[in-house]
Design a protein around this ligand. Structure first.
Ligand code: SF4
Length: 196
Protein backbone atom coordinates (compact mmCIF):
# COMPACT_ATOMS: atom_id res chain seq x y z
CA UNK A 1 0.00 0.00 0.00
CA UNK A 2 1.44 3.33 -0.98
CA UNK A 3 1.81 6.01 1.66
CA UNK A 4 -0.55 8.98 1.33
CA UNK A 5 1.10 12.10 0.03
CA UNK A 6 0.50 15.14 2.18
CA UNK A 7 0.66 18.57 0.72
CA UNK A 8 1.21 21.71 2.69
CA UNK A 9 -2.23 23.28 2.55
CA UNK A 10 -1.08 26.40 4.40
CA UNK A 11 2.02 27.46 2.53
CA UNK A 12 3.88 30.33 4.14
CA UNK A 13 4.71 33.14 1.79
CA UNK A 14 8.08 34.62 2.69
CA UNK A 15 9.40 37.84 1.37
CA UNK A 16 13.07 37.91 0.45
CA UNK A 17 13.43 41.16 2.37
CA UNK A 18 12.46 39.30 5.58
CA UNK A 19 15.56 37.15 5.40
CA UNK A 20 18.08 39.83 4.51
CA UNK A 21 19.49 42.17 7.08
CA UNK A 22 21.11 45.31 5.83
CA UNK A 23 24.25 46.75 7.37
CA UNK A 24 23.61 49.86 9.44
CA UNK A 25 24.76 53.08 7.88
CA UNK A 26 27.72 54.68 9.61
CA UNK A 27 27.11 57.83 11.64
CA UNK A 28 26.71 60.85 9.45
CA UNK A 29 24.50 63.60 8.22
CA UNK A 30 21.77 62.88 5.75
CA UNK A 31 19.33 64.99 3.90
CA UNK A 32 17.55 65.11 0.65
CA UNK A 33 19.98 64.07 -2.07
CA UNK A 34 23.11 63.74 0.07
CA UNK A 35 24.75 61.69 2.74
CA UNK A 36 27.92 62.77 4.51
CA UNK A 37 30.06 60.70 6.82
CA UNK A 38 33.69 60.17 7.70
CA UNK A 39 35.98 58.18 5.39
CA UNK A 40 37.06 56.16 8.42
CA UNK A 41 33.48 55.05 9.07
CA UNK A 42 32.97 53.89 5.49
CA UNK A 43 36.23 51.94 5.51
CA UNK A 44 35.27 50.37 8.84
CA UNK A 45 31.86 49.37 7.48
CA UNK A 46 33.37 47.79 4.36
CA UNK A 47 36.08 45.95 6.27
CA UNK A 48 33.70 44.71 8.93
CA UNK A 49 31.38 43.06 6.43
CA UNK A 50 34.04 41.45 4.27
CA UNK A 51 36.42 39.76 6.67
CA UNK A 52 38.47 36.99 5.07
CA UNK A 53 39.40 34.44 7.74
CA UNK A 54 42.37 32.11 7.62
CA UNK A 55 41.45 28.96 9.58
CA UNK A 56 44.54 27.57 11.30
CA UNK A 57 42.97 24.40 12.66
CA UNK A 58 45.05 21.72 14.33
CA UNK A 59 42.54 19.62 16.24
CA UNK A 60 38.98 19.18 17.51
CA UNK A 61 38.05 22.88 17.60
CA UNK A 62 38.54 22.84 13.83
CA UNK A 63 35.64 20.41 13.53
CA UNK A 64 33.44 22.82 15.45
CA UNK A 65 34.48 25.53 13.05
CA UNK A 66 33.39 23.32 10.14
CA UNK A 67 29.94 23.18 11.76
CA UNK A 68 29.99 26.98 11.94
CA UNK A 69 30.62 27.11 8.20
CA UNK A 70 27.75 24.71 7.47
CA UNK A 71 24.32 25.78 6.31
CA UNK A 72 22.75 25.72 9.79
CA UNK A 73 25.02 28.37 11.35
CA UNK A 74 26.41 29.77 8.11
CA UNK A 75 29.22 32.24 8.69
CA UNK A 76 28.39 33.65 5.26
CA UNK A 77 25.61 35.64 6.92
CA UNK A 78 28.35 37.89 8.31
CA UNK A 79 30.31 38.28 5.10
CA UNK A 80 33.02 35.87 6.21
CA UNK A 81 32.40 32.82 4.07
CA UNK A 82 35.45 33.40 1.93
CA UNK A 83 38.13 31.44 3.76
CA UNK A 84 41.66 31.93 2.54
CA UNK A 85 44.49 29.47 2.76
CA UNK A 86 47.22 31.88 1.93
CA UNK A 87 47.96 34.48 4.62
CA UNK A 88 48.56 37.20 2.06
CA UNK A 89 44.87 37.30 1.17
CA UNK A 90 43.46 37.16 4.69
CA UNK A 91 42.88 39.64 7.45
CA UNK A 92 41.60 37.42 10.29
CA UNK A 93 43.77 34.63 11.66
CA UNK A 94 41.58 32.08 13.46
CA UNK A 95 43.71 29.72 15.52
CA UNK A 96 41.77 26.68 16.67
CA UNK A 97 43.23 23.71 18.43
CA UNK A 98 46.27 22.69 20.39
CA UNK A 99 49.45 24.44 19.31
CA UNK A 100 52.59 22.49 20.10
CA UNK A 101 55.69 24.53 20.86
CA UNK A 102 57.26 23.07 17.71
CA UNK A 103 54.44 24.60 15.72
CA UNK A 104 54.61 28.04 17.36
CA UNK A 105 57.13 29.47 14.84
CA UNK A 106 54.82 28.39 12.00
CA UNK A 107 51.84 30.22 13.55
CA UNK A 108 53.99 33.29 13.96
CA UNK A 109 55.23 33.07 10.38
CA UNK A 110 51.65 32.86 9.08
CA UNK A 111 50.79 35.94 11.15
CA UNK A 112 53.80 37.82 9.79
CA UNK A 113 52.82 37.00 6.21
CA UNK A 114 49.42 38.64 6.67
CA UNK A 115 49.24 42.25 5.61
CA UNK A 116 48.02 44.99 7.94
CA UNK A 117 45.36 45.49 9.10
CA UNK A 118 45.08 42.00 10.57
CA UNK A 119 43.22 40.58 13.51
CA UNK A 120 43.61 37.39 15.53
CA UNK A 121 40.99 35.21 17.13
CA UNK A 122 41.94 32.41 19.54
CA UNK A 123 39.22 29.77 19.44
CA UNK A 124 38.86 27.38 22.36
CA UNK A 125 40.75 26.67 25.54
CA UNK A 126 43.81 25.20 23.79
CA UNK A 127 44.53 28.19 21.56
CA UNK A 128 43.69 30.61 24.38
CA UNK A 129 45.61 29.03 27.25
CA UNK A 130 46.87 25.54 26.38
CA UNK A 131 43.62 24.08 27.73
CA UNK A 132 43.91 20.75 29.48
CA UNK A 133 47.37 20.18 27.96
CA UNK A 134 49.50 21.69 30.69
CA UNK A 135 52.55 19.88 29.42
CA UNK A 136 56.12 20.62 28.39
CA UNK A 137 55.32 20.36 24.68
CA UNK A 138 52.22 22.55 24.36
CA UNK A 139 52.17 26.31 23.99
CA UNK A 140 50.16 27.78 26.87
CA UNK A 141 48.20 30.19 24.70
CA UNK A 142 49.02 31.75 21.34
CA UNK A 143 49.27 35.18 22.96
CA UNK A 144 52.75 34.10 24.01
CA UNK A 145 53.86 34.53 20.40
CA UNK A 146 51.38 36.88 18.68
CA UNK A 147 48.88 39.52 19.86
CA UNK A 148 45.30 38.22 20.16
CA UNK A 149 42.20 40.40 19.73
CA UNK A 150 39.42 38.06 20.84
CA UNK A 151 39.40 34.83 22.85
CA UNK A 152 36.56 32.31 22.56
CA UNK A 153 36.25 30.17 25.71
CA UNK A 154 35.12 26.54 25.73
CA UNK A 155 36.36 23.04 24.99
CA UNK A 156 35.15 23.02 22.33
CA UNK A 157 33.18 26.26 21.93
CA UNK A 158 29.82 25.77 20.30
CA UNK A 159 29.24 27.33 16.87
CA UNK A 160 27.15 30.05 18.56
CA UNK A 161 30.23 31.02 20.56
CA UNK A 162 32.32 31.09 17.39
CA UNK A 163 29.77 33.37 15.76
CA UNK A 164 29.84 35.60 18.84
CA UNK A 165 33.63 35.76 18.62
CA UNK A 166 33.44 36.80 14.96
CA UNK A 167 30.88 39.47 15.89
CA UNK A 168 33.27 40.81 18.55
CA UNK A 169 35.98 40.96 15.87
CA UNK A 170 33.54 42.81 13.62
CA UNK A 171 32.97 45.38 16.37
CA UNK A 172 36.71 45.92 16.65
CA UNK A 173 37.14 46.19 12.89
CA UNK A 174 34.22 48.59 12.55
CA UNK A 175 35.41 50.95 15.24
CA UNK A 176 39.14 50.83 14.67
CA UNK A 177 40.77 54.11 13.78
CA UNK A 178 42.65 54.16 10.48
CA UNK A 179 45.58 55.61 12.38
CA UNK A 180 45.77 52.89 15.02
CA UNK A 181 48.30 50.81 13.09
CA UNK A 182 50.69 53.78 13.01
CA UNK A 183 50.29 54.61 16.69
CA UNK A 184 53.14 54.29 19.15
CA UNK A 185 50.88 52.11 21.29
CA UNK A 186 50.45 49.57 18.48
CA UNK A 187 54.14 49.63 17.60
CA UNK A 188 55.00 49.00 21.24
CA UNK A 189 52.60 46.05 21.24
CA UNK A 190 54.29 44.49 18.22
CA UNK A 191 57.75 45.24 19.64
CA UNK A 192 56.79 43.34 22.78
CA UNK A 193 56.40 40.30 20.49
CA UNK A 194 59.64 41.06 18.69
CA UNK A 195 57.72 41.93 15.52
CA UNK A 196 58.87 44.98 13.55
S1 SF4 B 1 39.84 23.40 23.31
FE1 SF4 B 1 39.07 21.30 23.58
S2 SF4 B 1 37.95 20.91 21.69
FE2 SF4 B 1 39.31 22.66 21.27
S3 SF4 B 1 41.18 21.79 20.46
FE3 SF4 B 1 41.45 21.96 22.66
S4 SF4 B 1 40.84 19.93 23.48
FE4 SF4 B 1 40.03 20.10 21.40
Amino acid sequence: MSRPVKYNINPQVTKISDSISYADLPEGMEGEGFYATKFEKIVGLARKNSIWPLPFATSCCGIEFMATMGSHYDLARFGSERLGFTPRQCDLLMVMGTIAKKMAPIVKQVYLQMAEPRWVLAMGACASSGGIFDSYSVLQGIDQIIPVDVYIPGCPPRPEAVLDGVLRIQDLVHNESLRRRNSSHYKALLNSYDIQ
